[in-house]
Design a protein around this ligand. Structure first.
Ligand code: TRP
Ligand code: ZN
Length: 896
């Protein structure tokens, strides 16, 4: 099959175990950029648990075949083809030696072996190993690896692979070698090598059981001053996994390597994690508070994969959420613990709010479009397209719900059982669920539906208070939104939904909870287990009519429908003891108001700001008992993208008008309060990346951003100019620049020109900061005189722009297409034409990155008619020209 033919669909139900197993892999690399020779020696035997096959079918792509031997003798019955190598009529057990060549220098896909800044790197997940050598490149084939690297010593002084370094030395002609052994069996997707001119920050620590461990963060020499935070994050991750899950680092040596050309965030290769530089490099001058937090989260994520993913891996790629959902849950818990300790619920809540915001904006949208799929998908064309918000973020929620049901201790017991049963194995989501069920003595058959049902469930709540009997009943009904793809497909039946609820009395305090049939009250938050389509739960001894606090801490990934009045929402925002729901009440209030205003804006009617919203926001802004980070989150309006998704027909221009109107209204009505918040949250002295300091900067910079909306932004310009010039950290400098750009767009002045030039000149040698420079301009507000598309097209010709570098492409193209909706969805279709051009251009360079950009138009059917038609035309243009399986799957599903 060629790439342009109708793509093959891979189905979960067609899983069959491999016909052969590979016990050991011995790889020898002669690393040369334009032609690397790879010799692979495999100990192969028939799989006793599989149907016997006459031939061994190995996967291989973009490889030049040089020769084959079986048991040391040249073997002729070998056929190389476009998808691999057929080795015919093989014995039951044998040693197969294959020699081939690949071209890392020409590899712009960044999958397999490639060159970046003159150094060699690999990326094998999901199916990149087959671009290095022929193999049974599937995760249920686990082998022990020995790797020998040979290369020119001056050009490639550092030679790294998985596991332990067992030998190294010089070779003739200025070459040298290093030999690595990985003591743990692993699937091919966890193989890695790195070779080049790199230096490391090193640290030696003792693990929980007292064993000495060598930790290294490898970077290019000029980046050594930006490795401390990643190292600290690694040490914190190791300690947290020991404490929370009793899981210890199992290797003597653990390495992180940073590379500037990388398709995603990072990769958990055994003992040799490879990271996008964006998630390693940081110092106060170059990285923002958000960057620092992201680095901590991604370092944690990859480290936690060592147990959840590597020691226990996936049987097949349909089980991807087994490792990704679980590992995202673990990194979320780690970040929450780092910001608030394991017990401080208020501090932990800010992390929870941020995670839920991402889930609702991105995963709910995915679930409402043509790429909707269950956490464990049933089919795929290109597996790289299924590293999705559903598999990662909804998958993490599905794991979190076990913890909500069984508590932290019950969850821990089940994790222990999971490792006891499955260490060293390639398993399924069912195996994980079984461990949860068995360790907690529960039948979790119904819970399987969370893995097999696509779509976002909706829980409709109705309540009734019986004044005379002092009884309060809560009826929960579950279903799916009309029109969602999940609703149209066969329903699996009701889900088990853990629904956390509290009841708030007239004084704002939580009421003790007694369910009908219970002897006495226990606690003030109860996790109701909704297992049927509709169920009523009755609380007794309820003295006054309460206000319900629903789905506390977002206890399930569902949409809750309940008719709160504006006053009730304001009350919850002021009083709910559950910090997540306090935030949620403010968001509901703002969303309701913004959607009403967007409807008016769309109909050309005048806009008036609701005083209830101003009062509620004023209350939060001036409530010093709330942490600055919570206030920042509560005062941030829902994004334009999220709001547009809530409309019956998405109208990005109307949403933008409405949201800007509210921002400006809040800026004007609360000007004195914003100015006071700015002054009260300065962080003088040396930069500290602590959650407290970051929270203060966050609130201060939010105040600045509101002030920049004023018709007369003189205060914002004065503060931002001083902040830009005096900043000792990137958070403040970038926020000041952004506020100046805002004020400039609003007034048509050139407030930001000087700072923008200064920013470029100051950070010219820091690619990650230049990415910010591109992205700030791509996401800026447009004016009638200068739509942002013109700036973006001009920046495409900037000498620092480079389409082959994914970070740079994302900083300009993705930022514009995905993070500037009002400009991207311009009525003249100019954004869509640009999108189509760039998807097609990227498709020829890097299909994985192109396919991510291709997804940007998948919700086209949900927009207003004129936009919808323009989007369809752009999609059709891409469908006609795209070559890769990756992009074709996306656009064909979108148009279907
Ligand atoms: N497994 C990686 C993670 O979640 C992500 C990953 C999958 C990846 N495929 C990739 C990273 C391809 C880079 C390129 O941590
Ligand atoms: Zn992962």
């Amino acid at each position: 099959m060629s790439d342009t033919a109708t793509p093959t669909v891979i189905r979960r139900e067609e899983y069959a175990p491999p016909a052969f197993l590979i016990d050991t892999v011995d790889l020898e690399f002669d690393l040369v950029p334009e032609r690397t020779i790879v010799k692979s020696t495999l100990r192969v035997r028939r799989n006793p648990d599989a149907r016997p096959d006459a031939h061994l079918e190995l996967m291989g792509e973009q490889l030049e075949f040089i020769g084959a031997q079986i048991d040391g003798q040249p073997y002729e019955h070998v056929r190389a083809h476009e998808h691999g190598l057929t080795v015919e009529n093989v014995p039951d057990a044998f040693t197969l030696t294959l020699t081939g060549a690949c071209n890392p220098e020409a590899n712009t896909t960044l999958s397999g072996l490639y060159v970046s800044s003159g150094n060699f790197f690999t990326q094998c997940e999901a199916e990149g190993f087959r671009r290095i050598t022929w193999f049974l490149d599937r995760p249920d084939v686990m082998s022990t690896y020995t790797v020998t690297l040979r290369a020119d010593k001056a050009a490639y002084p550092v030679l790294l692979s998985n596991g332990n370094l067992v030998a190294e030395g010089d070779l003739p002609d200025g070459r040298h070698y290093a030999k690595w052994e990985d003591p743990f069996r692993k699937p091919s997707y966890l193989f890695a090598l790195v070779a080049g001119k790199l230096v490391a920050l090193e640290e030696r620590i003792k693990s929980g059981s007292g064993k000495e461990k060598l930790l290294q963060v490898w970077v290019e020499p000029h980046d050594l001053d930006k490795t401390r935070h990643a190292m600290d994050s690694l040490i914190h991750s190791i300690r947290w996994d020991e404490r929370r899950f009793g899981l210890e680092l199992d290797l003597d040596r653990f390495m992180i390597v940073a590379v500037s050309d990388f398709n995603m965030g990072a990769m958990e290769n055994k003992g040799l994690n490879i990271f996008n530089t964006k998630y390693v490099l940081a110092n106060p001058e170059t990285a923002t508070d958000v960057d620092f937090a992201n680095i901590e989260a991604v370092v944690g994520h990859e480290y936690f994969h060592n147990w959840t993913g590597n020691r226990v891996t996936c049987r097949d790629w349909f089980q991807l959420s087994l490792k990704e959902g679980l590992t995202v849950f673990r990194d979320q818990e780690f970040s929450a613990a780092m910001s608030g300790g394991d017990e401080n619920e208020a501090a932990r809540a800010t992390k929870r709010i941020e995670d839920v915001r991402v889930l609702r904006q991105m995963q709910f949208a995915e679930d409402a479009g043509p790429m909707a799929h269950p956490v464990r998908p049933e089919s795929y064309v290109e597996i790289n397209n299924f590293y999705t918000m559903t598999v990662y973020e909804k998958g993490a929620e599905v794991v979190r719900m076990y913890q909500t049901l069984f508590g932290r201790d019950g969850f821990r017991k089940a994790m222990d059982l999971y490792f006891q049963r499955h260490d060293g194995q390639a398993v399924t989501c069912d195996d994980f669920r079984r461990a949860m069920a068995d360790a907690n003595g529960r039948d979790l058959a119904q819970y399987e539906r969370w893995y097999s049902q696509a779509g976002t469930p909706r829980v409709t709540v109705t309540t009734q208070y019986d004044e005379a009997a002092k009884r309060y009943s809560v009826t929960l009904a579950q279903g799916y939104a009309n029109g969602s793809p999940a609703a149209r497909e066969t329903q699996n039946g009701p889900l088990l939904i853990p629904f956390a609820i509290g009841l708030i009395g007239p004084d704002g305090a939580d009421l003790p909870l007694t369910l009908e049939g219970e002897q006495r009250a226990t606690g003030t938050t109860r996790v109701l287990e909704l297992t049927e389509t509709q169920q009523t739960f009755t609380f007794v001894d309820v003295a006054h009519k309460p206000l319900p606090s629903l789905l506390r801490n977002f206890s399930a990934p569902v949409i809750v429908e309940y008719d709160y009045s504006n006053d009730e929402l304001a009350f919850l925002l002021a009083h709910d003891s559950d910090p997540f729901n306090r935030w949620e009440a403010g968001q509901r209030l703002a969303t309701r108001e913004l959607l009403a205003l967007a409807a008016r804006a769309g109909a050309g009617q005048p806009l008036v700001l609701n005083d209830a919203l101003v009062k509620a926001f004023a209350h939060v802004l001036t409530d010093a008992s709330l942490s600055p980070s919570f206030r920042e989150l509560a005062l941030m309006l829902p994004s334009e993208t999220y709001l547009a998704e809530q409309m019956a027909e998405s109208d990005p221009a109307a949403v933008h008008t409405a949201r800007q109107f509210v921002r400006k209204g809040l800026a004007a009505a609360l000007k004195a309060e914003w100015l006071a918040a700015y002054d009260a949250n300065l962080t003088p002295g040396a930069y500290e990346p602590t959650p407290e300091a970051a929270g203060r900067r966050g609130l201060k910079n939010l105040a600045l951003s509101y002030l920049s909306e004023l018709d007369d932004p003189a205060d914002a310009v004065r503060l931002a100019t001083a902040q830009y010039d005096g900043a000792n950290n990137m958070t403040d400098r970038a926020a000041a620049l952004s506020a100046l750009m805002n004020a400039a767009a609003a007034t048509g002045s050139d407030y930001a020109k000087k700072a923008l030039e200064d920013f470029y000149a100051r950070f010219e040698k820091e690619p990650l900061v230049i990415d910010k420079w591109f992205s700030l301009q791509a996401t800026q507000r447009g004016t009638a005189q200068r739509p942002v598309i013109e700036t973006v097209r001009a920046l495409m010709r900037h000498p620092a722009f480079n389409l082959k570098n994914p970070n740079r492409a994302r900083s300009l193209i993705f930022s514009f297409c995905a993070a500037n909706p009002a400009q991207f969805h311009a009525a003249d279709g100019s954004g869509y034409a640009f999108w189509a051009e760039q998807v097609i251009a990227l498709d020829a360079i890097n299909p994985q990155v192109a396919a991510r950009l291709a997804r940007n138009l998948e919700l086209w059917r949900r927009f207003t008619p004129a936009l919808r038609e323009a989007m369809r035309a752009a999609l059709e243009q891409v469908a006609a020209q795209a070559k890769s399986r990756d992009v074709r799957e996306i656009v064909e599903k979108a148009l279907a």
